[in-house]
Ligand binder design. Sequence first.
Ligand code: ATP
Ligand code: MG
Length: 570
Amino acid sequence: MRVSQLFNRTIKEDPADIEIVSHSLLIRSGMIRKSASGIFSYLPLGWRVINKINNIIREEMNRSGCQEVMLPILQSKELWEESGRWDIYGKELIRLHDRHGKEYCLSPTHEEVITNLVKNEINSYKDLPLNLYQIQNKYRDEVRPRFGLIRSREFLMKDGYSFNLDDISLEETYLEMYEAYKRIFTRCGLNYRVVEADSGAIGGSSSHEFMVLAENGEAGIVYCNKCEYAANMELAKHQKRIYKENQIEELKKVKTPDKKSIQEVSDFLKIDSSLMMKTMIYKALYNDYESLIAVVLRGNREVNPVKLKNATGALEIKLAANEEIEEKTNLPVGFIGPIGLNGMDIFVDEEIMDIKAGVTGGMAKDIHLTGVNPQRDFPSNIIVGDFHNVDATDSCPECGSGLDLRRGIEVGQVFKLGTRYSEKFDCKYRAENGTEQLVSMGCYGIGIGRTMAASIEQNHDKNGIIWPKGIAPYHVIIIPVNIKDENIRNTAEELYKNLLKENIEVIIDDTEDSAGIKFVNSDLIGYPIKIVVGKKTVENRTVDFKIRATGEEIIVPLKEAVAKIKRILL
Ligand code: ATP
Ligand code: MG
């Protein structure tokens, strides 16, 4: 390819309203352009990277016995009603209707369509296992599209679905996909961790996420610094913590004038914050109604909204606003506690139940209760569970060592779905003994644009992107420093042709731009190898190689350039 012909325009300055580096570099290097909020066009260089990732995925999927298909994006409401997800999916589902008023959605994921397809095509146990995948656009009306390709509304996904005879066969396929995913992300040059994951709206019994470590990652991940334990913060556990407890006391009302926050009350009463029973009010949104709920946890802990949401069975939960709480309950915010709290479900964190004498709100302005013993004093219909976040002072639930808390970008996820969808769609096969059995399913996704962006988050410097070899748009750029100098131009062109002959992915900057501009652009775009052809090349028959990832510069005899590149790219 020739830069003079390439559909590409680089941009010097950081675009406005951009929060993270991958988004900025993707735009500045001319790989993508925004079309509407969370919707992008891929330009030739960006699309080459996407296709590199797609090819790695295809190779690894096909190697694992999967077959590629292409399913419709436009899907009928009936299918989604059959699975029960037309309502559950909520506002993220983009809904539309045709000229006859028939309703559809743009698919955010394809369990419905594929289960409905496969059930009509399979018959006996001999047809299974079956593992199908596709690479195509998904649509999710995200609350906050942001970070460029990381959280967009239209995005490319590889999604795969396995159909197995039983849970044992599903486990085999799941492990095979897990290993294939590890190979894919390694070949993409990513530093990642595999963590236990919540299975969210897709459902199912077990799930792992592939997390690219990055400070800007939206996901919290927790992993043991000694053993294999690693989990998404959303469901991470820790070894039971032993707190210092006071002796059992009588329940007492005390005055706490204007002391509302945990810090204020614990300072005022001279009680450790871990003995404060923090009560927070959330709003739980269900399909056709909403209600307030309370969660009680130790003052040193933070609520884990996913654990809490899973326990409520709600579609969504959010912290209730003070005005709303006061209006609906007539209770003074800052002084609410579980004792005497009526009309809402009370979720009590399991760590609370060990407290012998703690403090809660007294349900009246400027009043708290001390000596609270949850076993003795709490209402009997509370729901006890794990509703708190792990923190850096917790220890590994499996081996007791220290835990590391990091941020990650979720690039892939694998789920064991079991019979959740096959039951809804009556997807069955005839077993060897003649009985009808439900198919056991798994599903496996990779965000392709997100993988591209995550790679940039990990591989960049102040000058631009540093593509790993596996997914670079081209491997080599040749820069003739002055295209008007005939000798330089001819030497560069000859090298270009020689590299093409060897099937090396090479691009030549044959524009009339200055050498300085060519260097800036090539660093911004991030080609792994830059070859500079200048006066010295003509005079000494040598070329300068610059390796983008290490900054290393090597002078190579011109006649050895092709062999050298082949060695570097090996
Ligand atoms: P998230 O929790 O980040 O919203 P998810 O768990 O809902 O993602 P999955 O349903 O597991 O996503 O989708 C499979 C993959 O698709 C994800 O691992 C991620 O890489 C990618 N993905 C999901 N949502 C988006 C999005 N809005 N933009 C880009 N990629 C996405
Ligand atoms: Mg996911």
